[in-house]
Design a binder for this molecule. Structure first.
Ligand code: CAP
Ligand code: MG
Length: 428
């Protein structure tokens, strides 16, 4: 049987480094060997067809084992570069995130992080705009962008949807997005909505003198998404929003490819991520998903709030944000099991972190304290649920951001900002 555990192995610059949390149903080392085998060149038994070249050139090495119990712990595996197809996320995941999750000998398995080698990073385009490019589009140098999601999620007609978007923009939102499950339904067809909202966007830009953005949700089968990108481009829109998990990484790579000619800002929603990221013992971490999204080249990515209604601690959200923003991410957190890996990003631009989910004015100071100002703050219920309606809701969110940037408490700022005062009294 091939041996994969080699604690003396030193990864070379072309290796992929994978960090996994493993819980085994049998002998721990045996399960680790099987994980390395099944994710690369091996299977459950020795085979007569194995050849020396494969065994030597393509065999991964388990070079680090940190146990936290009899049959569980963190392992790091170095995979040879030649195991992977340049520029193909589907093939990468079919290997390092494929069969191994289903092996009976594995009780739990979580892919914690992936460190990509330079040659692989260079085989991707990364974001077209990145943080700087989006900020330049809006002429917003420093402060967080403020956005909303039109609510109800679905159900409005195109004209009603456009009215909510208009009120959000004149109330102070920079960007307005479709909800993740609004694409093109009988009551709100994609092309009708796009037309109506663009009319309102133009009106809001004229009245406010500010650039506004509309993240239209193009999510569908791949060929329909490409058609919708063209429609968004042709009508003069700046954005395309994609639910990247439900649409799939292969489709996202094609959308990014076509974006070379459409030049849209790609907004990535992560609906369904929690089916694989939430369980801290089994699945794939959000930081690994986020790194894949940055490689493929989304410009904006939902990464959580640390304070709102969705899963994700402040520390996790900040780490993901750092990995999205920095040109070199230093994996530093030493907790008992998981330490994020380093990542040099070379030519890959930073991704704008989108923070959303149960947000409302009161949470803005904590949000900015934890995540900084290079973020896009999105509130749906936190704007359209304001007691005086959408325009006031948008104003209250902008006032909360302005107060925080001026170092003034919301309570003090609310003394002469009615909309914020109403929000503070309404959401105790
Ligand atoms: C937020 C939201 C977003 C979630 C996604 C929603 O609305 O539109 O999809 O933020 O979560 O449908 O819940 P609210 P995440 O502001 O009304 O909560 O960003 O964590 O992926
Ligand atoms: Mg939503």
């Amino acid at each position: 049987m091939l041996e994969y555990i080699d604690l003396k192995y030193k990864p070379n610059k072309d290796d992929f480094i994978l960090s996994y949390y493993v819980e085994s149903n049998i002998d721990f080392r045996k399960t680790c060997e099987q994980i390395a085998a099944e994710s690369s060149i091996g299977t459950w038994t020795d085979i007569s067809t194995m050849n020396k070249r494969t065994a030597v050139k393509l065999k991964p090495h388990i070079f680090s084992i940190r146990k936290v119990g009899d049959k569980k712990g963190n392992i790091k595996i170095a995979y040879p570069y030649k195991l992977f197809e340049q520029g193909s996320i589907p093939q990468l995941l079919s290997s390092i995130a494929g069969n191994i999750f289903g092996m009976k000998i594995v009780k739990n398995l979580r892919l914690e992080d992936i460190e990509f080698p330079k040659k692989y990073v260079k085989s991707f385009k990364g974001p077209k705009y990145g943080i700087k490019g989006v900020r330049k589009k809006f002429g917003i140098k420093k402060r967080p962008l403020v956005g909303t999601i039109v609510k109800p999620k679905v159900g409005l007609s195109p004209k009603q949807h456009a009215k909510v978007a208009y009120e959000s923009w004149i109330g102070g939102c920079d960007v307005v997005k479709d909800d993740e499950n609004l694409t093109s339904m009988a009551f709100n067809k994609f092309e009708d909505r796009l037309k109506e909202v663009m009319k309102m966007k133009e009106k809001a830009e004229k009245e406010t003198g500010e650039k506004k953005g509309y993240m239209v949700n193009i999510t569908a089968d791949c060929s329909t998404m490409l058609k919708r990108m063209k429609m968004s481009k042709d009508i003069g829109n700046d954005y395309a929003m994609v639910d990247i998990i439900t649409a799939g990484f292969s489709a996202l790579q094609t959308v990014r490819e076509y974006n070379e000619k459409y030049n849209l800002i790609l907004h990535a929603h992560r609906a369904m991520h929690a089916a694989i990221t939430k369980n801290k013992k089994h699945g794939i971490s959000m930081i690994a998903i986020a790194k894949i999204a940055r490689l493929i080249g989304v410009d904006q990515l939902h990464i959580g709030t640390g304070v709102g209604k969705m899963e994700g601690s402040k520390l996790e959200v900040r780490e993901i944000e750092d990995d999205m923003e920095k040109s070199f991410f230093l994996g530093k957190r030493e907790d008992k099991i998981f330490t994020p890996l380093n990542q040099e990003w070379y030519n890959i631009k930073p991704v704008f972190a989108v923070t959303s989910g149960g947000l409302y004015p009161q949470l803005v100071p904590k949000l900015i304290r934890n995540m900084g100002t290079d973020i896009i703050i999105q509130a749906g219920g936190g704007i359209h649920g304001h007691p005086s309606g959408t325009i006031s809701g948008a104003r209250a969110m902008r006032q909360a951001v302005d107060a925080t940037l001026e170092g003034v408490s919301l309570r003090d700022y609310a003394k002469n900002h009615k909309e914020l005062r109403e929000a503070l009294n309404y959401w105790k």
